[in-house]
Design a protein around this ligand. Structure first.
Ligand code: FMN
Length: 288
């Protein structure tokens, strides 16, 4: 993400979730440590995502991050992972729209004007039948915008019919009224993003895995330019990544993953990179 931010490939920085760990509130030093990686582009709006189920801890943590200059707080009511939901966090909370309302309202009241409070939702816990109630709960609590992943938590990442994706996102858009909804799930191209906005009326899209396999995706969607990244852009991206990668085995493997995602698993670049030792790999990309 750092490389993508430095190369202007994203319009804002949306962080991975930070767990408030039950009822605790992070100290000033912990907040500053968490914010440090984002200082490379202080001009990019920063939306910091929190996950938790305790109103006091979430609201105090949100206020702490707001004090140190984030532009937005996002509450994660969407993560379906067993470790997260087993402790009553993430998508588990979708079982109770009342709780979602209370947590969102507590955070809205805790942060100053000018800091947005948004939420990340899935379509429900084990059924998409309560989209309207869940969306109304966060809107009534004062959420400024919503990122809506169309699957339920129980569906995890399993395939859901394309027409059902449209139906669920359109339902969220309709329930949200004038609160913007960003459709999310399986968007991998400009054409798909445009079609989703057209068919559901959503205000825009959010991309996850599509961005990981194509870091230029967001920029292309925003500019409407469907052309793939140029060779010069790809080299610049990898050079920047390399500069921030350490020489450990983990660093090398991570960089190889980035070459794979930039050029594809079947590319000559990835095959060559896999065969290089770390020194040769560094020399190859530092010079490109
Ligand atoms: C490895 C991984 C990590 C993720 N971490 C987060 C996260 O921290 N916060 C969040 O809101 N969503 C997270 N997501 C979910 C994505 O934001 C997105 O909602 C989901 O993958 C569906 O969109 P996609 O099909 O564009 O990937 C993560 C997804 C993946 C695959």
């Amino acid at each position: 993400m750092q490389a993508a931010a430095r190369l202007d490939l994203i319009p804002l920085w949306f962080t991975p979730f930070f767990s408030t760990g039950g009822v605790s509130v992070p100290k000033r030093a912990a907040i500053l440590r968490k914010l440090a990686p984002y200082r490379v582009r202080p001009d990019l709006p920063l939306v910091f995502q929190l996950i938790g189920h305790d109103a006091r801890s979430l609201s105090a943590t949100a206020a702490g991050f707001a004090e140190y200059g984030v532009q937005g707080i996002n509450l994660n009511f969407a993560c379906p992972s067993k470790t997260v939901t087993a402790s009553g966090n993430g998508a588990y909370l979708l079982r109770s729209p009342e709780t979602v309302f209370e947590l969102t309202q507590a955070v809205v009241e805790a942060v100053p004007d000018g800091v947005s409070v948004s939420v990340k939702l899935r379509a429900g816990w084990d059924s998409p039948d309560h989209i309207r109630e869940i969306v109304r709960a966060v809107c009534d609590a004062g959420a400024d915008w919503i990122v809506f992943h169309y699957r339920t938590a129980k569906e995890m990442y399993s395939p859901v019919d394309a027409s059902e994706r449209v139906r669920r996102i359109a339902c969220a858009v309709e329930a949200a009224g004038n609160v913007p909804v960003f459709g999310n799930g399986d968007i991998t191209s400009c054409a798909d993003a445009e079609a989703l906005v057209r068919s559901t009326g959503c205000a825009g899209v959010a991309v996850g895995r599509g961005f990981l396999s194509d870091p230029w995706l967001v920029r292309r969607i925003l500019s409407g330019d469907a052309n793939p990244a140029s060779e010069a852009e790809k080299s610049a991206f990898l050079r920047l990544l390399l500069a921030g990668t350490d020489s450990t085995k983990r660093g090398r493997n991570w960089f190889l993953e980035c070459v794979k995602m930039t050029y594809g698993a079947d590319s000559v670049e990835f095959r060559e990179a896999r065969e290089c030792d770390w020194g040769a790999l560094r020399a190859r990309w530092a010079e490109s």
